[in-house]
Design a protein around this ligand. Structure first.
Ligand code: ADP
Length: 151
């Protein structure tokens, strides 16, 4: 069974993430959306909220699982026996950043990173932009799946 993890903060899940996950499902038997927990980072949404947004968005998709993890992504992959990391690319800046991480991960463990190019209509979306829109009381609903709700 081919399984991949899609790691990130997902603070919150956006239509960009949604697009990559949906397309990843056509390549893998299982996609584990893995929320990296960094104790030093401040998040807008709690871990429970972020998990719920993703679980609800993919409620009809049994091939998609959601988990939280701490520490190195490659260590988590080894722990759960996953050989592929899925990442999305939006632009050259993403490419340079992702390239360095993928090379480092490859040095650390025999795990391949698979990149999917974002769809044109979601390529401008980033969680940081969504958070900014939310903070400034703008309409964020066009940028995120319906499951992302603010209390
Ligand atoms: P991080 O905290 O590592 O930046 P994110 O939660 O922002 O993680 O993103 C996780 C993954 O989703 C990364 O591979 C990122 O490039 C990808 N991604 C984020 N936004 C988009 C988008 N609009 N289109 C495609 N991929 C995206």
């Amino acid at each position: 069974m081919k399984r991949a993890i899609f790691p990130g903060s997902f603070d919150p899940l956006t239509l960009g993430h949604y697009d990559i996950i949906k397309r990843g499902v056509t390549l893998f038997d299982e996609i584990i959306v893995a929320i990296g927990v960094n104790a030093d980072k401040k998040y807008m949404f709690s871990l429970d909220e972020r998990i719920q947004f993703i679980e609800e968005a993919f409620a009809d998709e049994p091939k998609i699982k959601v988990v939280a993890y701490k520490g190195l992504t490659v260590d988590f992959c080894k722990q759960i026996g996953v050989k592929f990391i899925l990442r999305g690319l939006r632009n050259p800046a993403d490419f340079e950043f992702e390239k360095a991480i993928a090379h480092t991960n490859r040095d650390l463990a025999p795990i391949e990173t698979v990149f999917l190019l974002t769809s044109a209509d979601t390529s401008y979306i980033a969680s940081s932009i969504v958070r900014d829109v939310i903070r400034n009381k703008g309409d964020y609903t066009k940028l995120v799946p319906k499951s992302v709700k603010i209390k």
